[in-house]
Design a binder for this molecule. Structure first.
Ligand code: ATP
Ligand code: MG
Length: 207
């Protein structure tokens, strides 16, 4: 049964937006990027719309769009914007909602609050995107620790990148968390390739 998911990652640039686009399409979901840092090169909402070709109503407006491509707390300061964490709630959505976080879990949203606190408050299960390559064991297990210590519900881990069975197996063994699948690096990114990638590498019933 489809529900809302938070898409987070072990790092910025890990492939959250591409994974989110695949999931929005596969689950017939809506997309929401609450905190967008950086407008040069386009915003994630536009990327997901371009990748999926879905209509405007499938995209909920960002809560904040900051000019600079920096951690939200700093980007907000530079724009002179006050982020009110207490008033940030998940918007109503007629479809399941795919929520893409900014960067990784421990990114500060303000000088007082980390993004992970927002995820805890929202009580939406988290999907952790992780790369398959060198460094992922440390980054993924550290990210999971941050979620476990706050008792945040983890839906599973989605790997992104080339085949690396031992890294995936090692993370699964140490964490005991569900591995949802591996999205390979796609030569062409579009609605068709994302549809095929989901069908080949993930199971609809896992979501
Ligand atoms: N499966 C994939 N196949 C091919 N290219 C990919 C794939 N996943 C991500 N990329 C590319 O890698 C780059 C980073 O991906 P993406 O924008 O999805 O990362 P992100 O985690 O959303 O970053 P941010 O923290 O800025 O939101 C982009 O250029 C994207 O096109
Ligand atoms: Mg992104």
């Amino acid at each position: 049964m489809s529900q809302n998911f938070i898409i987070t990652g072990t790092d910025t640039d890990i492939g959250k937006t591409v994974f989110a686009a695949m999931l929005v399409q596969a689950l017939g979901a809506n997309y929401w990027k609450p905190l967008q840092s950086g407008i040069e090169g386009g915003v994630d909402t536009k990327t997901v719309q371009d990748l999926t070709g879905l209509s405007d109503e499938r995209f909920l407006p960002e809560k904040h769009i900051f000019t600079e491509s920096l951690s939200p707390h700093r980007a907000a300061e530079i724009d002179g914007v006050q982020v009110d964490v207490d008033s940030m709630e998940v918007p109503d959505s007629e479809r399941p909602l795919i929520i893409e976080g900014a960067g990784g879990l421990m990114v500060p949203v303000t000088r007082e609050n980390l993004q992970v606190n927002l995820f805890k408050k929202w009580e939406v299960p988290v999907i952790l995107c992780a790369c398959t390559g060198l460094g992922t064991l440390n980054h993924t297990l550290l990210s999971l620790e941050a979620l476990w210590s706050r008792k945040i519900k983890i839906h599973g881990i989605a790997f992104i990148g080339e085949e690396n069975d031992d890294n995936i197996r090692t993370i699964a063994d140490f964490s005991k968390e569900k591995v949802l699948g591996r999205l390979p690096r796609l030569e062409t990114l579009n609605a068709d390739s994302l549809k095929t990638a989901f069908e080949d590498n993930f199971k609809l019933e896992d979501f």
